[in-house]
Ligand binder design. Structure first.
Ligand SMILES: C[S@@+](CC[C@H](N)C(=O)[O-])C[C@H]1O[C@@H](n2cnc3c(N)ncnc32)[C@H](O)[C@@H]1O
Length: 435
């Protein structure tokens, strides 16, 4: 076959350009134009003039990072974390807290307009918590640095595998704000800890849990020494075999219900927002003992158990076997007999779903970021009177809502839940009623 010479495209990566930022997108990035291309600028705010460094250039768009703010916006504030510009955890610390919510509203307005053509959304008051010390669970990355002969631990840098060795993190709840130096020093006293690949922190209602994921065997003697050195944390070990021995399960309480979980289950990380979110769901749904609720992506039963207190029957569906087991256990210990849980991959065909019945009349769904398009496309939506969509991704929410609107539902209420202040995450609750 003939071989043609193809010159390499000139790369603009690393080039500094000057931009005037027009708006910010749903991920909190500045949006500007450069030589006819749309340019997304990390760390830049609407109205600012910035010097930015190109990270990536494609046919129609450029990804860049602000390196100098030439004329700052009035909404710009000093980040409260000294590692903010390196750490990938927060993206909006440079935007003042009240304007973060305004930005998230505008982003959703724009996405709903784009996908559903619905304007003037029926906004309700946002659910909020303290803007710092709100995060009860986090994952800490670890790597053994061969050159320095020590275990490094911290958070991954923005879009990078590098570990930023933070000294403290003020979005974590109090017990874990300063845990990093203690963990670093203690683990580095034990050579056996060099194979720890990550650590999960969880500030549950019944204590603080720290799970170490490791790839090589760690002797019980070392684990016992660490348990003493890292008191009062409850230490847990995961060697990748899928079996972690729990003396006590972590748990949280909402409205007199007790939820136990394991650290591989999904739990909402902002305790205050979770509680308000559940109570808002209960109030918006306004269920009676004639309602039969389908709770899709139900996790450990966070919503299912609360709605089971009012509805006649609840069916919870979830893909993680371990979460389903916890959901069943939680229903049992909270003495709720009108709720059943099923393990099912909701991207699969509904014809395989033994849990589906025609008597279901209320739909609640809380999918992960990929949304719920596959299952919404298959469900006979006509049988539902109300749909409550809890979302952690505004793009998939707006996309999926087109299916609900096409099926004859009207958006009745929508509200932000500021689950992750200072980050680009946008969490939303939307209630649809049959027209
Ligand atoms: C955002 S969490 C919500 C969990 C629960 N509603 C809560 O409030 O804690 C999304 C849940 O969907 C589950 N999930 C993700 N993809 C799924 C799929 N394809 N099929 C079934 N469940 C899935 C995850 O395991 C997770 O528990």
């Amino acid at each position: 076959m003939a071989q043609f010479f193809r010159a390499k495209a000139a790369t603009s990566k690393g080039k500094n350009i000057e931009l005037t930022v027009e708006s910010i997108d749903h991920q909190g990035r500045g949006v500007a134009k450069y030589q006819g291309k749309v340019c997304f600028v990390e760390g830049a705010l609407a109205g600012e003039c910035v010097k930015a460094q190109i990270q990536q250039e494609k046919a129609k768009l450029i990804i860049a990072k602000a390196v100098k703010i030439v004329s700052p916006s009035e909404q710009r504030v000093m980040a409260f974390c000294k590692d903010y510009h390196l750490c990938g955890g927060c993206q909006l610390q440079h935007l003042d807290h009240t304007n973060q919510l305004t930005h998230k509203h505008k982003a959703l307005d724009a996405l709903f307009m784009k996908f559903t053509k619905v304007a003037n959304l029926p906004w309700q008051a946002a659910i909020e918590s303290e803007s710092t010390h709100y995060r009860r669970a986090a994952r800490v990355a670890c790597i053994f640095d061969n050159k320095a002969q020590r275990l490094k631990l911290g958070f991954r840098g923005a879009k990078s595998k590098q570990i930023v060795e933070v000294a403290q993190c003020n979005v974590l709840t109090d017990p874990f704000v300063h845990c990093f130096s203690q963990l670093r020093e203690t683990l580095n006293r034990h050579t056996a800890c060099s194979s720890i690949s990550h650590i999960q922190l969880c500030d549950a209602d019944n204590g603080q849990f720290v799970l170490f994921r490791h790839t090589k065997k760690i002797e019980q003697k070392v684990k016992d020494e660490l348990a003493t050195e890292l008191k009062p944390y409850n230490l847990l070990w995961d060697d990748g075999s899928g079996h972690t021995a729990y003396m006590t399960l972590p748990s949280y309480k909402v409205a007199q219900l007790n939820f136990e979980f394991k650290l591989d289950n999904f739990v909402q990380v902002n305790r205050a927002v979770n509680e308000k979110m559940l109570l808002q769901a209960q109030s918006w749904l306004d269920l009676s003992n004639e309602d039969t609720v389908l709770d899709l992506f139900c996790g450990i039963g966070n919503f299912s158990l609360l709605v089971a207190k009012q509805a006649s029957e609840v069916i919870g569906v979830e893909g993680s076997q371990s979460s389903v087991a916890m959901a069943k256990q939680n229903a049992h210990t909270n003495q709720l007999n009108n709720v059943q849980f099923f393990c099912f991959d909701l991207t699969q065909s509904l014809s395989q779903a033994s849990w589906f019945t025609e008597s279901l009349n209320v739909l609640l769904l809380d999918p992960s970021r990929t949304g719920a398009y596959e299952i919404l496309k298959q469900l006979p939506l006509i049988q539902f009177e109300k749909v409550l969509y809890v979302s952690c991704d505004p793009v998939t929410l707006a996309r999926d809502c087109t299916l609900l609107i096409e099926a004859g539902f009207k958006l009745d209420k929508i509200g932000l839940m500021n689950m992750f202040p200072h980050t680009g995450h946008i969490e939303t609750m939307a209630l649809f009623q049959r027209r």
